[in-house]
Design a protein around this ligand. Structure first.
Ligand code: PEP
Ligand code: MG
Length: 572
């Protein structure tokens, strides 16, 4: 039956396809109550799923052969026993019949109860049996949502899951996935950034998606508004088609701006650089007339693999980016691994209690000097092919930038001695994304050639609000007076010392915020190519002098509403 779900639009685009539901290992379903007269049919649904899992396991058991058949068979037997456990079944029946919980939530409650018993045991073996409970209950949960057992492949499908890692996204797209819907997550996570780069529609923070979407359901997903329609009716399909047409029309209109300058009404030229995660982004940046690449996130070379890329492989990727921009500068950011960009190579620590505050970005690079040196060698070798800058993430203090600068100088000497042709000078820049670096900027601005403000992390660290945590809602937003003052301070300090300052966080790609950044004195934006033309259009619609004169009023705003009113007044 038709119903609508809502989440947050994280990557624009419209998709119409069938759902492929991927359930999490742990059952993170929200509380759902049912009416008393629906209890018996809910129980029948639950028992039908349990019976089907029993049959499935029996079939699997009978098909086992080969060396491990005995061991695997024992596991299946154990799981079948758990399924027949009167404790489990009675508990579920009570939760649905007396507690009036939906089947999904009853499974979750029962799982947690049983897990608590096992986890409280002294014996490590019994404690580890929680995994079996998770497996069995997970299978029943999956069966509850299974309509067709034989969905093959994922092409033409919309993945519905609890969370998505950045590393999975490009693989999914290559497999033909049309869009992704996640129960958790946030629009500022690295997965969201990558989805936008891949032009893969993504809706995050749709908590009911895992309960209310079944495998094989037809979905209409709007990656801009975050709306998901399950089993759309004729009107929904019409709306979807209209949105697709509108999207095309808008693209065509924007396309006309690709050869136009990014110039305000009063003739101030603003530099629009591109953020790039891939070869395709570089090509798109070039085609749209970007001033260069302002942020090349090199860590994406490291994320989808279990071995580190060697010097030559990195060199080829960096060189190709430089060649692809045909003489426009490419800013390579040294690897920003750690936090939500955990790799599989073992480079980042796996068990940090607080990874966003841990060994991330330049901290990790300096702690793994050999790996860092390999990356710097590859970067400097690429500088022989065209203009290149090196940008360092997560700078907190002067010592870090000095250490990188020294290492770069040594690497350059080595490469020259080995006969490599490298640029005479490779500008070194710092990302300003840790509040300490923004506040104490005057103390180290002399040690860098340029600055790039990472508003995604700066927002997270200034507001103590995790960029990936959807539960924080509007709290995570750069539209906070503290953020505006810091941005203003960094832009002013950089300009006073003659150092170019860009913003490369997602904020720069939001056309509605362009007047705010211009008012604060920003003259360089680095944004995903997918949003470049919209921001160009916004810049061309504003008068620079008028915005600059409205900056004091902007800086006096006391809260988000006042900032929004300021934006409305300057006409976005
Ligand atoms: C930022 O933090 O704003 C930024 C551009 O870096 P990333 O999003 O890769 O952390
Ligand atoms: Mg960052």
């Amino acid at each position: 039956m038709r119903h609508a779900l809502s989440g947050h639009g994280a990557s624009r685009g419209n998709a119409l396809g069938r759902a492929r539901v991927r359930l999490p290992h742990a059952l993170e379903v929200a509380e759902e109550r049912i009416d008393a007269d629906a209890a018996e049919s809910e129980l029948r649904r639950l028992h039908a799923a349990i019976d089907a899992v029993r049959v499935e396991m029996r079939n699997m058991r009978s098909q086992l052969h080969g060396a491990l058949a005995h061991e695997v068979g024992e596991f299946l037997d154990l799981h079948t026993l758990l399924l027949d456990d009167p404790e489990l079944l009675q508990g579920l029946d009570d939760l649905v019949r007396k507690g009036l919980y939906g089947a999904d939530y009853a499974l979750r409650l029962q799982r947690d109860r049983l897990a608590a018993v096992f986890e409280g045991m002294d014996d490590a073996y019994f404690r580890s049996r929680v995994e079996d409970i998770d497996h069995v209950i997970g299978r029943v949960h999956a069966m509850l949502h299974k309509r067709e057992a034989d969905l093959q492949g994922v092409a033409g499908e919309i993945l519905v899951t609890d969370a998505i890692a950045p590393a999975e996204l490009s693989q999914l797209q290559a497999q033909g996935v049309l869009a992704v819907v996640t129960a958790g997550g946030s629009a500022l996570s690295h997965s969201a950034i990558l989805a936008r780069s891949l032009h893969l529609p993504l809706v995050v923070g749709a908590p009911l998606a895992l309960q209310q979407v079944n495998d094989g359901d037809v979905l209409v997903v709007d990656g801009a508004s975050g709306e998901i329609i399950v089993e759309p009716n004729a009107a929904d399909l019409r709306d979807h088609r209209a949105r697709v047409r509108e999207e095309k029309r808008e693209r065509k209109q924007l396309h006309r701006l690709r050869r136009e300058p990014s110039r305000t009404l009063d003739g101030v030229d603003v530099k629009l650089f591109a953020n790039a995660e891939s070869r395709e982004d570089v090509a798109e940046a070039h085609a749209l007339g970007a001033a260069g690449v302002g942020l090349y996130r090199t860590e994406f070379l490291f994320l989808q693999r279990s071995e580190l890329p060697d010097e030559d492989e990195q060199f080829r990727a960096y060189r190709d980016a430089v060649l692809g921009m045909t003489g426009r500068v490419v800013t390579l950011r040294t690897m920003d691994i750690g936090a939500d960009k955990a790799d599989r190579t073992g480079l980042a620590l796996a068990d940090e209690p607080n990874p966003a505050l841990g060994l991330r970005g330049v901290r990790l690079s300096l702690a793994r000097e050999a790996v860092f040196e390999t990356q710097l060698r590859a970067m400097l070798r690429a500088s022989g092919y065209g203009p290149l800058r090196v940008l360092v993430p997560m700078i907190t203090s002067r010592e870090e930038i000095v250490a990188v600068s020294r290492l770069m100088a040594r690497v350059a000497r080595d490469l020259r001695r080995e006969g490599h042709e490298i640029a005479e000078r490779v500008p070194l820049g710092a990302m300003i994304e840790v509040p300490a670096a923004a506040i104490a900027l005057s103390g180290f601005v002399g040690a860098v050639d340029f600055l790039s403000i990472g508003t995604n992390d700066l927002t997270q660290y200034v507001l103590a609000a995790d960029r990936g945590n959807d539960a924080l809602g509007d709290l995570y937003s750069p539209l906070h007076p503290a953020m505006l003052r810091l941005l203003h301070h960094v832009i002013r300090t950089g300009r006073a010392r003659g150092k170019p300052v860009a913003v490369c966080g997602e904020m720069a790609g939001d056309a509605t915020l362009a007047p705010l950044l211009l008012a604060l004195g920003l003259e360089e934006f680095s944004l995903h190519p997918g949003t470049l033309l919209e921001v160009r259009r916004a810049i061309r619609a504003h008068d620079h002098a008028t915005l600059r004169s409205a900056a004091p009023a902007l800086l006096r705003c006391r809260d988000r509403d006042a900032i929004r009113r300021w934006l409305a007044n300057v006409g976005t």
